[in-house]
Design a protein around this ligand. Structure first.
Ligand SMILES: [Zn+2]
Length: 187
C-alpha cells in the first residue's frame, strides 16, 4: 500500500489521452469511437457516455507586496519540476469559481489569505493540456506556512525573483515586471 506521499506521485491531476480510455466509467462496457463535428471521440454505445476531451482549468496567483516590492513564490513538492519555483496555484474544483479556487490554492500552499486585485489573463500551457487564469493578489491575513504541493514559500524582490519552472508562469511574471517598471519610471 502506497503511503500518502507516494500516492501523490500517481494521482497528480493530468490529462489522459482518449486512447487510454478503454471502458465506460458509468456502465463498464467497452468504449468505441464515434464522430461528432468531424472529430472522433470515445463513446459508449450501451449508455451513451461520451468522453469529451478538454483542457483542465487551473489558477495561479501573483501575490504582490506593494510596500516591499516583493512577489511570493513557492517551490514544488511533486513532479513535474520538483524543487522549482512557481507562482502558487492549482486546479479548479468542480462547483468552485476561479476566484474561490485561487484563494483556496494560495491558502493551502502558502498559509496566506489573499484579496484579489485583478485578473491578469488566461493562457494555455505549451502542451495546451491546461488553461491557467492568473490573478494579481495581496495578503490580507494568515501566516506563511508551506503546505499541500508547496515545499517552501519565499518572498522575492520583484527584480530579483529566480526564473520560474513553468514558462507560462515566467511569462506572466515578466509581463508584471514590465508593467511595474513602467509605473515606477522616474520615481
Ligand atoms: Zn456506458
Amino acid at each position: 500500500m502506497a503511503d500518502d506521499a507516494d500516492l501523490n506521485l500517481f494521482v497528480q491531476w493530468r490529462h489522459a489521452s482518449p486512447g487510454l480510455w478503454k471502458f465506460c466509467p458509468l456502465c463498464q462496457a467497452s468504449l468505441t469511437n464515434h464522430d461528432w463535428d468531424g472529430k472522433s471521440r470515445r463513446y459508449c454505445s450501451q449508455c451513451g457516455f461520451v468522453y469529451w476531451e478538454r483542457p483542465l482549468p487551473a489558477v495561479a496567483a501573483l501575490v504582490y507586496n506593494v510596500e516591499h516590492q516583493e512577489v511570493l513564490l513557492v517551490t514544488r513538492r511533486y513532479p513535474p519540476a520538483t524543487g522549482g519555483y512557481t507562482l502558487p496555484g492549482g486546479g479548479v474544483e468542480y462547483g468552485e469559481s476561479v476566484q474561490d479556487a485561487l484563494r483556496r490554492e494560495v491558502l493551502e500552499e502558502t498559509g496566506l489569505i489573499v484579496g484579489i486585485d485583478s485578473q491578469l489573463g488566461t493562457w494555455s500551457t505549451p502542451s495546451n493540456e491546461t488553461l491557467i487564469t492568473f490573478f494579481l493578489a495581496h495578503q490580507i491575513g494568515g501566516n506563511l506556512n508551506p503546505g499541500s504541493d508547496a515545499m517552501e514559500t519565499v518572498w522575492f524582490n520583484i527584480l530579483k525573483a529566480p526564473r520560474l519552472a513553468f514558462s507560462v508562469h515566467e511569462k506572466v511574471l515578466e509581463l508584471f515586471r514590465a508593467r511595474w517598471a513602467l509605473e515606477n519610471l522616474g520615481r
